[in-house]
Each structure stands twice: as structure tokens, then as C-alpha cells.
Design a protein around this ligand. Sequence first.
Ligand SMILES: C[S@@+](CC[C@H](N)C(=O)[O-])C[C@H]1O[C@@H](n2cnc3c(N)ncnc32)[C@H](O)[C@@H]1O
Length: 264
Amino acid sequence: MDTSFTKQETYIQEFNPKDYLETYYSAENGAMKREWLDFALRKLHETFTPGGVEGDTLIDIGAGPTIYPLLSACEVFKNIIISDFLEQNCAEVQKWLKKDPDAFDWSPVAKFVCELEGNSENWKKKEDKLRRTVKQVLTCDVLKSNPFEPDVLPPVDCMLSCLCLEAPCKDIESFRNTLKNFHDLIKPGGHLIVLSVLNSSFYFVGQKCFSSMTLTKEDLELAFKGAGYEIEKLEVVPREDRSAINITNYDGYYFVHARKPHNL
Ligand SMILES: C[S@@+](CC[C@H](N)C(=O)[O-])C[C@H]1O[C@@H](n2cnc3c(N)ncnc32)[C@H](O)[C@@H]1O
């Protein structure tokens, strides 16, 4: 299997949003639909609560063609900006926002988040609330010192990133530099929430193999601290379900809640 570093050009030409959604989030056999969604959605539910992480604006960076991480956040943020490197992923998100009949069906995931919130009947209202809360869908490049160049966004209360940074970053130094690129996007004292997988070297999207940067818990601690953040929580849990190991070979899940110090 070719796990040499995947270039940006390859993402532009070969990352197919529909294949990605089908491979990882299809309600029938998506590789991430069980353990990952259970882990990520529970952590996000615990995090985005009144009195917890909340505020005016949240940016989801590297969102791909997905909206699932925002189903809890839309209850405690007034504005959400969704962003990704690829135009085709932004277009797929726009389809869901506009209720296009061809959009991916996130309703099983919305129902699960409503169950966590204790109101499983509410999922349609929640989807509509998220649609109203998303104010912009932008392209970005996390490797740039201003990821939204040429636009300069006002700093936000919270940045969120799921399963993204291991894709563009080649090594731990580039991972740390990417975290530094977020400094100016976050208000002093603001939050940076990153969830992803450990020790993954590849992931398939349909038939196409993309590289992933392998990360350990120790790497994460060093990278966040080295980039100047204060770590509030860092949790890792092992992967139990290895049924899709030939689609992506990670061995655990991580959740980091960090804060930008006031003096950074
Ligand atoms: C594995 S997907 C994750 C998508 C989604 N966040 C999720 O949770 O399923 C990796 C994403 O990273 C994005 N990406 C790759 N290079 C990037 C870059 N330089 N800047 C921002 N996003 C990038 C890809 O377009 C893709 O959507």
C-alpha cells in the first residue's frame, strides 16, 4: 500500500466527498459510524454545554464534507463558520445546509446527539438550528500562517478540528506549526478543541489511499505545549473495533481541549 505523503494537488483532484461520506459515515457500514462517532459526539456533548465551552463564534477547520461535530456546538454558539481545504467538500456541506435532496443524510447522527441531550424527538429542530447557526462556509489552508488568506477573520471564542490535522501535516514539527497558525484566529483565553485518531498511517476514500501522520499521546502533549497552549484536558482511548483496519489503521482516539493563554 502506498502511504507516501499525499500532496495537496492529490487532495484537489482525488478526494471525493461522496466516497468519503460513504466510506466513513454511511448508516449501513461506515467505518467511523460506531466507535469514532460514539467517542467524538459524547466528548463534544460534554464540552459544549451552557457554562462549559460556549460563546459567540466557533470555527470548524478541516470539516471535510461533514457537519456532525457541530450538532452540540449549535446549542451554545450564536455563529458557526465551517471550513475546509477543498471546494468540493464545501459544496457538499452547502447541499446539506440547503436541504438539497442529494445531500448526505445526517439524521441518525442528529438523533443520537438529541438522545445524549435527553430529547430524542428533537432532531429535526436541531438540524434546522444548526443550519441557521452556520453563517459561512469557507475554504482554508491550515498550513498557511493565516489559514483564511487573503481574508482576515476576527478572532473567535473556539476553534474545533476533527480528523483533519494528520492529513496535511507531514511530521510533528508541521503539526506544531499548524497549531501556531491558529493563534491569531482564537481570542485570548479562547478554546482549541481537537479530536482525532492515534498512530494512523493511511486512510482510504473509496479506492484511493491517503497518507496520515502518525501521532502518539506524548507527541500531542509536546505539540500543544510547544505551540504555546495550555492543555485543559487530554484523553485517549484505544480502538476496540478493528473490523475496518484495512480501510484505516489507527489504534486509538484522542480528545484535546486546550486554551490560548491571555499573554500569547
Ligand atoms: C479525514 S478528512 C476529515 C474530515 C472531517 N473533519 C471528519 O471529521 O470526518 C481530512 C480533511 O482534511 C482536509 N485537509 C487536507 N489538507 C488540508 C489543509 N491544508 N487545510 C485544511 N484542511 C485540509 C481535507 O480536505 C479533508 O476534508
